[in-house]
Design a protein around this ligand. Structure first.
Ligand SMILES: *Cc1c(COP(=O)(O)O)cnc(C)c1O
Length: 374
């Protein structure tokens, strides 16, 4: 029996994207089998981590790699490693006062709920510039903001960041000259697959990806890639060591699952996947555009900045609103999740759909008639 049936929880159709609150992504059978095979036997965890991390570093063209239990957990470890490096003493021995003497620099435009780990570690935020276009930051702004307590620069790479930050290419030389490591939060920046090494090539010291989003690894996994010296520190702070690493346990199943998922992501035909997504948008347009309820448009890139198109179904009939259409989709069986982003319509994101689901969404939406739902 299906576990969701057994517990009386309804699975949903995810037309929203790689949202963690819906499960992020679907693992392949091959990934599930890698996790199963890891679960069947004991293994010295440090030895397994070392082998998997080396293999992942090689696959992703990076000096080093580390599997964490999520990008947010990875960020916590990365900043701890930077603080340790700044203060020259293992993180385990640092006092709250010593940690508080460190700051992490970030643009106000990059503030987001994932950066809360900076405060949780006890480091200070040093916020730079303004999250708008009025007074764009200059290289001098960054140079003067770095001081003797600056342990790291946090850079959020995403489609939803506000204007008001220096591009990574301009930021890196300044950070390098001052000896401050740059952490790139690229949790949702796959695709394109090249991003697995692109941020490192641009000079990021560490880049963080979510394992449970488009990589399709275990939901509770994350990938860190980059500079070996910093990742050696992360390894020494992280699981299975006591201290903060112990709270951020990464199971052998997750390590195995993420390793398998990365291999498949690299081997995947990304062009065919892009074409499939375009075909879903064309099908939605063909079936629903200009029939009285919706105007259907292609929207590119998506809200995370990923180069995959979505369909935007603008509501053109006064009987319906974005909220009422979303509600109608959610109340059906199976429930369909689609987001609006405060616009007068809904987005259908093909990234998280599988074959057949677009048809189901179309059939459901065709029940909305200009004269009212049937
Ligand atoms: C999703 C996301 C995270 C968190 O990733 P997890 O793997 O779920 O911990 C962090 N930062 C950004 C920008 C994200 O989009």
């Amino acid at each position: 029996m299906d576990i969701y049936d057994e517990l009386g929880v309804k699975p949903v159709i995810n037309a929203a994207g790689t949202y963690t609150v819906l499960g992020g992504s679907r693992m392949s059978e091959e990934t599930l089998e890698a996790m199963n095979s890891a679960a069947r036997n004991f293994v010295p965890i440090r030895e397994f981590q070392k082998a998997a991390h080396q293999a992942i570093a090689k696959l992703t063209k990076n000096e080093a790699a580390y599997v964490s239990n999520g990008a947010a957990a990875g960020l916590y470890l990365a900043i701890a490693a930077c603080i340790e490096q700044k203060l020259g003493k293992p993180f385990y021995y640092l006092t709250p006062e010593e940690i508080a003497s460190c700051n992490v620099l970030l643009f106000k435009a990059h503030r987001n709920p994932y950066d809360l780990v900076i405060g949780h570690l006890g480091a200070r935020y040093r916020e730079l510039s303004f999250p708008n276009r009025i007074f764009p930051p200059t290289e001098a702004d960054l140079e003067y903001a770095i001081d003797e307590g600056t342990a790291a620069i946090y850079f959020a790479a995403s489609g939803w960041v506000a204007p008001g930050f220096l591009p990574l290419e301009e930021l890196v030389p300044i950070a390098r000259a001052k000896g401050v490591p740059v952490l790139v939060d690229a949790a949702a920046q796959l695709p394109p697959v090249e991003n697995l090494w692109r941020f490192s090539e641009l000079g990021a010291d560490l880049t963080l990806f979510s394992g449970g989003k488009d990589l399709r690894g275990p939901q509770a996994s994350g990938l860190m890639v980059g500079c070996k010296a910093l990742l050696d520190r992360v390894t020494a702070i992280g699981f299975p060591h006591y201290g903060i690493g112990r709270m951020l346990k990464v199971s052998r199943e997750e390590i195995a699952g993420l390793y398998a998922a990365i291999k498949q992501y690299l081997a995947m035909d990304h062009g065919a996947r892009y074409d499939w997504c375009e075909a879903q948008i064309a099908a939605l347009r063909e079936a629903l555009d200009g029939k009285g309820v919706f105007t259907v448009r292609r929207s590119f890139p998506n809200e995370a900045g990923q180069p995959i198109a979505r369909a935007f179904l603008e509501i053109v009939h006064p009987r319906y609103t974005a909220a009422s259409v979303r509600d109608f989709l959610l109340k059906g069986n199976p429930p369909i999740y689609a987001y609006s982003e405060d616009l007068p319509g809904i987005f259908i994101n093909p990234m998280s759909l599988k074959a057949g689901e677009t048809d189901l969404i179309i059939k459901r939406l065709q029940r909305l008639k200009p004269g009212g739902a049937d």
